[in-house]
Design a protein around this ligand. Structure first.
Ligand code: G6P
Ligand code: MN
Length: 447
């Protein structure tokens, strides 16, 4: 089985390769093709992978190329994990929004819209090439904003593209752990859009354990989302929101904290990762050690500003500092498809009729049964109006981003910003678009 990784020079690629190295099962990935537009980043990550494979029998063979069509031809699976505009682009997305007094964040609000506007055209081009050069391949999309980008690609590839995220899995794992349940055996009722979903139940042996958790003050204070949202608000909701909902439920406080912060998360990562890629280019440095050090620093500061805004000094449990969500979901997904081993995973797929209130083509994030025929979303209970309202509003924004990307219409782009629940004025929306266009050459296509 051959896996092509787009964004193959990306910092998280060694996490995927580490998971592949541990996979001894039949039909496993034995060839990896890395593609990146930046040969220096590609070379750095290739060195890390070579050092990871050192001494491992049957390690998947790795090749690297900057030729996209060559990378796609013959692929069984394509992971798309690109970052259009790089971390400098992310930092600009965050900074421009904060300067206007609205949330500046990688995927949520104005920052996520700017990111989507420059990523969708690139993702659609990739999808078209996959359709032409590897029509039987499965595309696993990690590229953010993952729900929106998956929907853009699904217009070309149908259900052959599946979007993934580690956040619902992480949430399910944390809630299961607090309840003393085995996450692998629990049925996790989670629904919404990517980075905009709610865990509404966790069933073991037919019994929903979430009410026990909501009734237990101490238990609610013992895990990340419990502290982030607070027991009282979680009881009011009757659900545990994805951590990204903090940007909605504590928008003012977060915007204030982010504006006061010395650097945005994107700027921090931009500087930190530049250090890694420079170090990894030096022959005397062991690239794997440099990568590990950078990873440790990155995880320790994960969403630190978000927690500060919530007045939470606690942070993540040590077991959650160990990354493993994202590549584990990816591997579980590939395994289920390649070996026809049925698995239940929370994925981003076209709705069909799984989530009432959204149309059939809307990409949603829900539990899916996965087998050799792909990911089949499981019908779930409707969202309550407050949640459906947010989901519908953000889906409307995504549709304007898709329309703008397709037509180059400035009006559609303004509408995308203006309709977002976290952008509170049409005038601000217009200024945001102008400021983003001035920052990003990749937005020149907009009217
Ligand atoms: C989680 C989300 C990803 C997001 C990442 C940001 O893993 O699921 O979609 O890109 O956090 O983390 P970072 O360390 O880049 O701020
Ligand atoms: Mn995600």
């Amino acid at each position: 089985m051959r896996l092509t990784i787009l964004g193959g020079g990306g910092f998280r690629v060694p996490l995927v390769y580490r998971a592949l190295l541990a996979d001894r099962g039949e039909g496993r990935i034995d060839r990896v093709v890395l593609h990146d537009v930046d040969p220096a980043r590609l070379a750095a990550i290739r060195r890390v992978l070579a050092e990871q494979a050192d001494g491992v029998a049957d390690a998947p063979a790795v090749t690297a190329t900057t030729d996209l069509d060559a990378a796609l031809t013959g692929a069984d699976f394509v992971f798309s994990a690109i970052r259009v505009g790089g971390l400098a682009g992310r930092a600009a997305d965050e900074r421009v929004a904060l300067a206007e007094g609205v949330l500046g964040q990688e995927t949520v609000g104005a920052g996520g819209i700017a990111y989507g506007l420059r990523t969708v055209p690139v993702a659609v081009d990739i999808a078209r090439r996959v359709a032409r050069l590897a029509p039987d391949a499965w595309v696993v999309n990690f590229t953010n904003p993952a729900g929106l980008v998956t929907e853009a690609m699904s217009r070309v590839l149908g259900d052959r593209v599946i979007g993934i995220c580690d956040s619902p899995v992480g949430l399910g794992r944390r809630v299961a752990r607090v309840l003393g349940a085995d996450p692998a055996r629990a049925w996790i009722d989670y629904a919404g859009l990517n980075h905009l979903g709610w865990l509404r139940g966790l069933r073991v042996g037919g019994r929903d354990l979430l009410p026990d958790l909501l009734a237990d003050e101490a238990a609610l204070g013992s895990f990340e989302e419990g502290r982030l949202f607070g027991a009282a608000w979680l009881r009011s909701l009757g659900a545990i929101p994805n951590e990204y909902l903090h940007y909605y439920y504590a928008n003012r406080e977060t915007v204030r904290a982010y504006r006061e912060a010395e650097r945005t998360r994107g700027a921090y990562l931009r500087d930190q990762q530049a250090g890694f890629y420079t170090a990894a280019a030096r022959p005397e440095v062991r690239a794997l050690d440099a990568w590990r050090r950078t990873l440790a620093g990155r995880e320790a500061t994960y969403m630190a500003a978000n927690r500060e805004a919530a007045g939470d000094a606690g942070g993540r449990a040590p077991e959650d500092l160990e990354p493993g969500g994202y590549e584990r979901v990816a591997l579980a997904l590939m395994r289920a498809v390649a070996r026809d081993e049925r698995a239940t995973l929370i994925l981003n797929v076209r709705n069909r009729s799984a989530l009432p209130g959204l149309d059939a083509d809307a990409v949603v994030e829900v539990a899916c049964l996965v087998d050799a025929n792909g990911a089949h979303p499981v019908a779930v209970a409707p969202l309550p109006y407050h949640a459906l309202g947010l989901v519908a509003a953000v889906k409307a924004v995504e549709r304007e981003v898709l329309a703008a990307a397709e037509s180059g219409s400035r009006e559609a782009a303004v509408k995308a910003f203006a309709l977002h629940p976290l952008v509170d004025s049409v005038a601000v929306a217009r200024r945001l678009l102008d400021a983003y266009r001035a920052e990003h050459p990749g937005l020149a296509y907009l009217g």
